[in-house]
Design a protein around this ligand. Structure first.
Ligand SMILES: Cc1cc2nc3c(=O)[nH]c(=O)nc-3n(C[C@H](O)[C@H](O)[C@H](O)COP(=O)(O)OP(=O)(O)OC[C@H]3O[C@@H](n4cnc5c(N)ncnc54)[C@H](O)[C@@H]3O)c2cc1C
Length: 398
């Protein structure tokens, strides 16, 4: 996607390309945002430091913590596009999400301690929100934190914790007031993942990889100084990072790379005795997906620009995430469909197209429709906040 001639953006694009070509670690041939293997962590920490150091990410952070005074409204979009095209990794862990919460709600000491360490790659973060009984209904979480002098003592269980196995710090939500209305009794914490009482158990998924973990917390001691925001005001803190999570998922520029790969598949396979790319129905379907990808890219740039000017609302990121995840899923499904029976071949099978990448993409693509709030719940959000429809009785994570 191009936003017209702009020397500042052209220079940025060239810089991302050059530094990515020279320094980006190679990613395994997997789709989506995947947890790395342990041996990949040191180089990913270094790459994370480069991404922040060059302001390829975190450009919108306060200047004193490494951000740019006046980032171009399309800064993020251009970087995301070039990283996706080069198949370069994003910063490792959830530091951007925890960073958003700390920037908006953290104390001066927390900002001074955590933000530089996120930027340098020293601290990998995970997000400890979801529980077996609290996903969409996040406010129903039951992990408890009780005050004990200068500390809180935490007991409970989290699940679907991406990068939990690699994390140095966890951005945790726990209930601190069982009697308050659900959203008013939750507190956000920064928890040292090496604290006694934390047990991280990796989960093996349908894709064969281990992107998630269960995390058990058994009498874990967290200093009260690690409360992010006010006690019992964790819901407010969470909103800072959830918006960030949705808007970054909805960046959507990886769609263009997937579309290039889809065109390669259409050129290389035969459907009904002819090259797939020569069939009108295939060309029309791909044309439709390309149009959707452009709409998504423009919507996400629009949302980004509104956020920078303080005129955005919660529906922007939600819409962008819904569209991105559904177009991404449609591309993966169509890529599989074009391959017919060969689509089920997996990595390592010498007849698999692109060494089974499409299989992996197809299985993983649903994850984006769920992560950061499911698309059903986000549609509720759009209905209520953007269209002003009556609030439903059944509330999701928004
Ligand atoms: C790739 C990925 C990474 C993730 N990483 C993390 C992480 O690092 N940390 C973390 O804490 N969590 C993480 N999650 C968990 C994610 O936040 C939850 O999966 C999500 O919030 C949904 O919760 P759930 O899985 O419990 O589904 P449920 O809430 O049980 O939902 C089940 C189904 O019911 C529907 N539903 C629920 N409520 C409503 C409603 N009000 N209206 C309409 N439909 C509804 C949902 O849309 C869904 O289809 C991750 C998930 C994915 C897929």
């Amino acid at each position: 996607m191009r936003f017209g001639q702009d020397p500042e953006l052209d220079e940025l694009r060239e810089r991302v390309r050059r530094i990515t070509r020279d320094q980006a670690p190679k990613r395994r041939g997997r789709a989506g945002v995947r947890a790395p293997e342990p041996e990949e962590i040191p180089q990913l920490r270094r790459w994370t430091a480069t991404l922040y150091g060059e302001c390829f990410v975190g450009a919108d952070w306060p200047v004193e913590y490494g951000g740019l005074a006046h980032p171009h409204p399309q800064h993020h979009a251009v970087v995301a596009e070039e990283l996706a095209r080069a198949n370069a990794p994003l910063p490792v862990g959830g530091g951007l999400l925890a960073g958003a919460a700390i920037i908006d709600h953290g104390t001066r000491d927390q900002k001074d301690f955590f933000l530089p360490r996120i930027r340098s790659g020293e601290h990998i973060w995970c997000q400890l929100f979801s529980e077996p009984g609290a996903g969409s209904d996040l406010a129903g979480l039951t992990t408890r934190a009780r005050r004990d002098g200068d500390n809180f003592i935490v007991d409970g269980q989290k699940v679907w914790t991406t990068n939990g196995q690699h994390a140095d710090w966890g951005y945790l939500l726990a209930r601190t007031d069982a009697d308050a209305p659900k959203r008013r009794g939750i507190t956000a914490f920064a928890v040292d993942m090496r604290s006694p009482g934390i047990d991280v158990r990796p989960l093996r998924e349908i894709t064969g990889t281990t992107d998630f973990n269960e995390v058990f917390l058994d009498s874990v001691v967290i200093p009260a100084a690690n409360v992010i925001g006010e006690v019992n005001a964790g819901w407010l803190v969470t909103n800072s990072s959830l918006a960030k999570e949705r808007s970054s998922a909805g960046g959507g520029l990886t769609l263009f790379r997937a579309l290039d790969d889809l065109l390669d598949v259409a050129r290389s396979v035969r459907v009904g005795g002819v090259r797939a790319i020569d069939r009108d129905d295939v060309r029309q379907a791909i044309g439709g997906l390309i149009a959707d990808a452009h709409v998504n890219a423009l919507m996400s740039a629009y949302g980004e620009s509104r956020a920078m000017h303080g005129t955005g609302d919660a529906a922007d990121a939600a819409l962008s995430k819904i569209l991105f995840s559904e177009v991404n899923l449609a591309i993966a499904e169509f890529g599989m469909q074009l391959q017919g029976g060969d689509g089920v071949r997996v990595e390592g099978d010498r007849h698999a197209v692109s060494d089974g990448w499409w299989q992996d993409a197809f299985l993983y693509a649903r994850a984006f429709t769920i992560a950061g709030g499911t698309n059903e719940v986000l549609r509720n959000l759009v209905a209520e906040r953007a269209l002003g429809l009556p609030r439903g009785a059944d509330r999701g994570r928004h």
